[in-house]
Structure formats: structure tokens, C-alpha cells
Design a protein around this ligand. Structure first.
Ligand SMILES: [Zn+2]
Length: 131
């Protein structure tokens, strides 16, 4: 099981990660919406529609932002799990009725992907069932 010091370590990791992702989101949204290199600050949303051929590019950029926001949601969820101390427990293992001690996600994996909800085994099962 994870100790208080471990929770602190992963909390710090997640907060750093979140700050970094948030910075990216802000920049990408700006780039996606402001195509005229800051020529005018008063752009209405209808401006986007008038861009025509560039729409696909903008859609693509905004879709990336959407993914970033999903990413942020994962990070926030992980931070909540740290608060209620369920962090580091594999949800897949729990669903299969394993004991808490047998559902612990290895710290090595948590350091690589601190927002993960599953151990490697369960993650692979989940990915396989999604295909
Ligand atoms: Zn598992």
C-alpha cells in the first residue's frame, strides 16, 4: 500500500503535469482561434466560419485541445483519488474482486503514468476489449 510520503510525491507529480498541460491548452486555444497574428483583438465567432478552407485545420487544432481537456480531467480525478486515498489501487482488479493488497499498482508504473487507474495487466485487458 502507498504511504503518506508516496501520496505527497504523486500529488506533486500530478500538479506539475497539470500546470504543464494547462499551459499547452491555453496556447493551443489561442493559436486555433486567432489566425491573423494578433491583427485584431475583437474577433467574433462568426469569423471562424468565414475562414472556409482553414476550417479543417482549426477543427483539428481544437480537437487536440479537447483531448488535452480529457487529459486534465484524468489528472483531476487522480488528485481526487489521492485525497480519498484510493490512489494507486487498480480499479480493474477491484472490479474483479481482488483484495486491496493485490490491487496495488506498482510505483514504477505510477511514476510513468501518475493518472492511471489500472495496473498493466488490466490496462491491456481494457485496450483489448476496446478493439
Ligand atoms: Zn489490475
Amino acid at each position: 500500500m502507498l504511504k503518506k510520503a508516496d501520496f505527497d510525491e504523486f500529488k506533486r507529480l500530478l500538479l506539475v503535469l497539470r500546470a504543464r498541460v494547462r499551459g499547452d491548452v491555453k496556447q493551443m486555444t489561442h493559436e486555433a482561434l486567432d489566425r491573423n497574428d494578433g491583427e485584431s483583438e475583437s474577433k467574433s465567432p462568426t469569423h471562424l466560419a468565414e475562414l472556409g478552407t482553414e476550417t479543417y485545420e482549426i477543427d483539428f487544432a481544437l480537437r487536440q485541445v479537447e483531448n488535452e481537456q480529457e487529459f486534465l480531467a484524468e489528472i483531476d480525478a487522480a488528485l481526487e483519488r489521492i485525497e480519498d486515498e484510493s490512489f494507486g489501487i487498480c480499479q480493474g482488479c477491484q472490479t474483479e474482486g481482488r483484495s486491496l493488497a493485490k490491487s496495488v499498482i506498482p510505483k514504477l508504473r505510477l511514476r510513468a503514468i501518475p493518472y492511471t487507474k489500472n495496473c498493466v495487466e488490466c490496462e491491456q485487458k481494457r485496450e483489448a476489449s476496446e478493439c
